[in-house]
Ligand binder design. Structure first.
Ligand SMILES: Nc1nc2c(ncn2[C@@H]2O[C@H](COP(=O)(O)OP(=O)(O)O)[C@@H](O)[C@H]2O)c(=O)[nH]1
Ligand SMILES: [Mg+2]
Length: 198
């Protein structure tokens, strides 16, 4: 079957919410700590290595990047959080922008929370999930970099995450993923298909 996300194209980058495109159609946003693997996950899902820039230097994605799938559907790469080397002012700016975006964006259907499967869920991840749950958004947790673990430890980590994320509601889903090995890419696309009503 053809991958519908292959036709994703860069639309725009914005620093402030008023610069966003008109609030219509359906958006799905990817969030996570900087370096968690958001851009790589987007590239794997869209089968486009150059769609979202990936970096070995954490903290580089400091804008909201939007990609169109079609006239009514967009993917959103949110700025990574938790990067120690940015100023307090920058951190506060993005905290406010993320909170406001999740709370006020009407076309936002759901959040893909990208976490490194080797690390426990952190306070800022929980903060994002809390904001998303409060805004009645769908939440899917992508446990990425699973290629870094053997199958057993990866499944153990997934069980631990499931217990931790239960408190954000029974509708929160999660999966094991790897942009490197492409594990779980099809499953992630199926979740998107559902949210985008394809
Ligand atoms: N082994 C492995 N490395 C990954 C994976 N996803 C991302 N990375 C690496 O992790 C680093 C950060 O990835 P990036 O997608 O830029 O993270 P972002 O800051 O969340 O957008 C890069 O060096 C990627 O090559 C994965 O699934 N497996
Ligand atoms: Mg990125």
């Amino acid at each position: 079957m053809k991958n519908l996300y292959q036709r994703a194209e860069f639309l725009t980058s914005v620093n402030h919410l008023p610069q966003l495109p008109e609030d219509i159609g359906i958006e799905v946003a990817f969030a996570g700590r900087s370096n968690a693997g958001k851009s790589s996950a987007l590239n794997a899902i869209t089968q486009n290595k150059r769609l979202a820039r990936t970096s070995k230097t954490p903290g580089r994605t400091q804008m909201i990047n939007l990609f169109t799938i079609d006239d009514d559907r967009r993917l959103v790469d949110l700025p990574g959080y938790g990067y120690a080397k940015v100023s307090h002012t920058t951190k506060r700016h993005w905290q406010e922008v993320l909170a406001k975006y999740l709370a006020s964006r009407t076309c936002l259907r759901g959040l893909f929370l990208v976490v490194d499967i080797r690390h426990p869920l952190q306070a800022l991840d929980e903060q994002m999930m809390h904001w998303a749950a409060t805004a009645d958004l769908l939440i899917h947790v992508l446990l990425t970099k699973a290629d870094k673990l053997k199958r057993g430890p990866a499944l153990d980590a997934w069980q631990r995450y499931k217990k931790q994320i239960k408190k954000f509601g029974p509708h929160v889903t999660s999966q094991v993923f790897s942009a490197e090995s492409k594990l779980g890419v099809e499953e992630a696309r199926r979740v998107l298909d559902d949210w985008y009503e394809f």
